[in-house]
Design a protein. Structure first.
Length: 289
């Protein structure tokens, strides 16, 4: 089965959208979205827990202020993390919930907040160890057949977990979001990255810059040297490192700063093989065996 692709330099992660006060103005956010579309960036990654729904709400207000934008962009959103970081003494416990009731409500709520007719991709954010795969699979199939979501997928799941769900679905899981970067290459060695490709999932890489870790130490030194040689920037090369992998993983970039986004667009689509392995060596502290 051939995987779908996101076909963009990177996906724009909306996790911190609510932290930028200027983005609380619908017209300003609409301008920002339009500018990103003009740069060829049309995939936006959300989740119900981002700002406790505020990020989807702000994004939806911008789309309502400028309705033509909705037809030019694509939305990914995620759900299954309940009571995220509960306040001490609240009596609430953080947990995962992939029950049909929870996910069906999450899909409807996301559609309402975002003001779109369909979610292009809907992902189960974290694996729910109590999931009834048959019931959840039916709920996702029903959402696809109702036109509420274009495709279902998963995030942070083991191959055994997503395959248990897939066995109970008529429609294929199509997107798979994992932590992946130069500094976090474990999925390339434990077989999970190969598994998602074999199952036809379009890969997405969250934390592609490893929370700034890549801009320190030996990896930073190599990135800066290569940036000079390739007339690029360190951040752009870190994203190109990911896109060089089979299946062209789509990095999910969390910045909303236009200058930062422009910086990460200033690079090649992929890296030369030796440069790719040099960065892997710098992160792992030793060459490949």
């Amino acid at each position: 089965m051939a995987a779908v692709t996101f076909n963009v330099p990177f996906v724009l992660g909306m996790m911190r959208l609510h932290e930028a006060q200027e983005m609380h103005q619908a017209s300003h956010l609409a301008d920002w979205i339009e500018a990103r579309l003009e740069q060829g960036l049309h995939w936006f990654d959300h989740a119900d827990i981002y700002g406790n729904g505020a990020c989807e709400t702000l994004f939806g207000q911008a789309l309502r202020a400028r309705p033509a934008l909705a037809k030019r962009l694509n939305v990914v959103t995620k759900a299954s993390i309940a009571n995220d970081n509960p306040a001490p003494g609240s009596g609430k416990v953080k947990h995962y919930n992939a029950s049909p009731e929870y996910l069906s409500r999450a899909i409807d709520d996301a559609l309402g907040r975002l003001g779109v007719e369909r979610l292009d991709h809907f992902l189960i954010h974290r694996p729910d160890l109590l999931m009834d795969a048959a019931a959840t699979g039916r709920a996702l199939d029903d959402a696809i057949e109702a036109g509420k979501i274009g495709a279902a997928g998963i995030s942070n799941h083991l191959p055994s977990q997503w395959r248990r769900l897939q066995r109970h679905m008529h429609h294929p899981l199509q997107a798979n979001q994992i932590e992946l970067s130069i500094a976090h290459s474990a999925p390339l060695f434990d077989g999970s990255f190969d598994d998602l490709g074999a199952d036809g999932h379009a890969p997405m890489a969250w934390s592609p810059l490893a929370g700034g870790q890549l801009m320190q130490g030996e990896v930073s030194r190599v990135l800066n040297r290569l940036a000079g040689e390739l007339n690029s920037t360190p951040g752009a090369l870190a994203l190109a490192w990911l896109r060089t992998l089979p299946g062209r993983p789509a990095p999910v970039v969390g910045s909303v700063k236009p200058e930062r986004i422009a910086d990460m667009l200033n690079g090649p689509e992929t890296l030369p093989r030796e440069a790719w392995y040099e960065l892997l060596e710098a992160a792992r502290g030793h060459c490949v065996a």
